[in-house]
Write a protein that binds this ligand. Sequence first.
Ligand code: NAD
Length: 431
Amino acid sequence: MGKPKRKVSKAENPFENSLKQLEAAQKIAKIEPSVYEILRTPQRILDVKIPVKLDSGKTKVFTGYRVQYSDARGPCKGGIRYHPSVSLDEVKALSSWMTWKCATVDLPYGGAKGGVICNPKAMSKTELERLSRGYMRAIARFIGPDIDIPAPDVYTTGEIMLWMVDEYSKIVGHYEPAVITGKPPDKGGSEGREEATGYGGAFIVREVVNHLNLNPKETTVAIQGFGNVGSNVAEALFNMGFKIVGLSDSTGGVYAKDGLDTTKIIPCKEEVGGTVLSCAHLGMMARAMHLDKVSNEQLLELPVDILIPAALENVITGKNAQKIKAKVIVELANGPTTPEADKILHKKGVFLVPDILANSGGVIGSYFEWIQNKKNEHWKKDDVLNRVDEILAKSFDAVLKTSQEHKVDMRTAALVLAMRRVADAIKKRGY
Ligand code: NAD
């Protein structure tokens, strides 16, 4: 359990990368140095040790983190990741991106992120439950519905969130569902939350094609990752008439230049537990259609109009950016593009919508779950997704105008907007 930690070079260190992105935006944002120093620094870092009794009877002590990057604009908000390669630098970077994400789309939240170094695939359900309750006991006194509200992230689920809500509720002495979002819809969660990131990504793609005057029916798309985010964006884009020609998951990918019916592939993945490779033929739209097998590296370099990374960090780097043929990149994964790649893509004229805008549908959905919990209300799925769409369309417009005004790429523009909003809150509240 728990692989040895991989050495991360400075170029791959996600926190260093997040600081480089801030530096680029600071040239335009021109925040006064004392406030900029605050923007570069996480507000609070928790490093907790969680003893867990394993099914074998032995005890293993796990390490977990919770980084509360900023609460200047409201309670901190961000998911909890379970993964063997979790590191403090990764959690710090993710907490900073949550801060800029919430500010870009103008939610009344700050940013946070949590992580536990563990390999959930190698743990039993009861071990996972003990770990999740232990992590919650370790951070409970530092979080709360008006302080810091966690949610799921990679390899954490609605069920894990419910164990954590239960543990927190026992500690505070009353049921408190608003302390965590991403709960199952029938247990205090929100309809539409699960789809919100992928569908939100599709709403952003629609804004991009409107801006660039493209015709969805003639616009080809490749998507890397076919989990929650990848499969939902694939479904939404197919229903909007886009031509999805490339798909992949961790086992590899496919290219079908005539387009795939992704809605036929999703049930095969979900219900039969198949892979993109084993299910793709079900999405073939004509008997004579041809499918090519591609690697994940090749998928990124396919001749498509729109590329959507929806799996991992650091997949578009200085090494492959020059080979990317897409004219548009919509980042649904967090941190898929390194700063070096950003520069190359910008020079090539690629229109890139950054993660802090493109995948913010998820946190907007979480915000609506939190409101419903606080008011004891239950909204319909369409209602939730329409409200997500409204916020995203408005935010896309604001970021695009900032990018045109300062002649900078969309990432820098989103950061300029976000940094100014957070800086304004810091100054007005006093520090
Ligand atoms: P998930 O675990 O449901 O799916 C991840 C997918 O990536 C799977 O299909 C997996 O097979 C694939 N994958 C893993 N390794 C791969 C590799 N080497 N090459 C290609 N594909 C690979 O996770 P998710 O919730 O869909 O999250 C995907 C990304 O989106 C992550 O970066 C996450 O931080 C980000 N994100 C998720 C949400 C959300 O609401 N779920 C919100 C914002 C951002």
